[in-house]
Design a protein around this ligand. Structure first.
Ligand SMILES: Nc1ncnc2c1ncn2[C@@H]1O[C@H](COP(=O)(O)OP(=O)(O)OP(=O)(O)O)[C@@H](O)[C@H]1O
Ligand SMILES: [Mg+2]
Length: 278
């Protein structure tokens, strides 16, 4: 390996990986927009290397919770630690050495429409590793595009030239651009047909397994919860009312949880899962 590649490697160098039990710890979180209180006294711990499903009715504050954890939404109260470092005490643009250790797929994708898929994937690389050569940056982006299950040519296409499912994968490729330890997915399968959603779930699980990721996965998709989530956190009444495996959640006998998992859609998802297990 040449000298030059060696130094590029150092520039990309993996910071030490988090070894604690909980890469994300949220305590006493309060979020408020004017009079509207979205979260009040919300606690949540995400375990290392789990896929945590996050569910709750529309508008219960799932996306706001995610934005708080990644430091895009300054909470009114509470503390949030990511990889053992406080996000809440840091300024949004302060370098606390962890912002390059997670990847985010925003609800709706949030790709830059004037950039190709490959250029979109390069954005975080430019931001966090400006010293990378353009060639190496392009090569890393190409690799992430393939890793996300897209054909290589997709790197040269604009988001508008892709199907909804491909756009999700492009968003995933961008989320993976910095080799994150922690991956946030906000409604990754919304708007996909059942087969596309199932494929995306498998990809998520496979990446989590092989790359050793911790995944915070907001979803309305019951099939996703049954198929790939280790635990599920339920947002209601402005807090996380329960977190556990689906059987554990059902034991709480909370009306919303019962209705959610035992309603017609919940039963259908349960049935599908039983069939694919057997
Ligand atoms: N920047 C903001 N300014 C004002 N209110 C906001 C802002 N962001 C979110 N809200 C409000 O906070 C509440 C929670 O929003 P959030 O987007 O987190 O819901 P959600 O659980 O993700 O819903 P969905 O399942 O529909 O995506 C909503 O009532 C929303 O209108
Ligand atoms: Mg949302």
């Amino acid at each position: 390996m040449s000298e030059e590649t060696g130094s590029e490697k150092r520039a990309l160098g993996r910071h030490e990986r988090f070894r604690g039990d909980y890469p994300v710890v949220v305590e006493g979180l309060r979020n408020q927009f004017g009079e509207q209180v979205v979260h009040e006294d919300l606690d949540l711990k995400v375990r290392r290397r789990e896929i945590l499903g996050v569910v709750g009715g529309s508008g219960t504050g799932k996306s706001v919770l995610m934005r708080s954890i990644i430091g895009l939404q300054q909470p009114a109260q509470g503390n949030i630690e990511v990889f053992g470092r406080s996000i809440t005490e840091a300024e949004p643009d302060e370098n606390i050495g962890i912002r390059n250790r997670w990847g985010v797929l925003f609800q709706g994708g949030a790709l830059f429409s004037t950039l190709t898929v490959g250029e979109n994937v390069e954005v975080p690389l430019r931001q966090f590793y400006p010293e990378l050569s353009p060639e190496l940056r392009r090569e890393i982006a190409r690799y992430k595009v393939i890793l996300s299950g897209l054909p290589e040519e997709a790197a040269n296409k604009f988001p508008s030239e892709l199907s909804g499912g491909m756009r999700k994968r492009a968003g995933l490729a961008r989320a993976l651009s910095l080799d994150p330890e922690l991956l946030f997915l906000d409604e990754p399968t919304a708007g996909l047909d059942p087969i596309g959603a199932d494929k995306f779930d498998r990809l998520t699980k496979e990446l989590q397994d092989t790359l050793g990721l911790t995944v915070f996965l907001i979803t309305h998709d019951l099939d996703t919860l049954y198929a790939i989530c280790d635990r599920v956190a339920v947002l209601a009444e402005k807090r996380v009312i329960a977190v556990g495996t689906i059987p554990e959640l059902l034991e709480t006998q909370h009306p919303w949880i019962e209705e959610y998992f035992n309603g017609p859609r919940g039963r259908a998802a349960q049935g599908t899962q039983a069939r694919s297990d057997g």
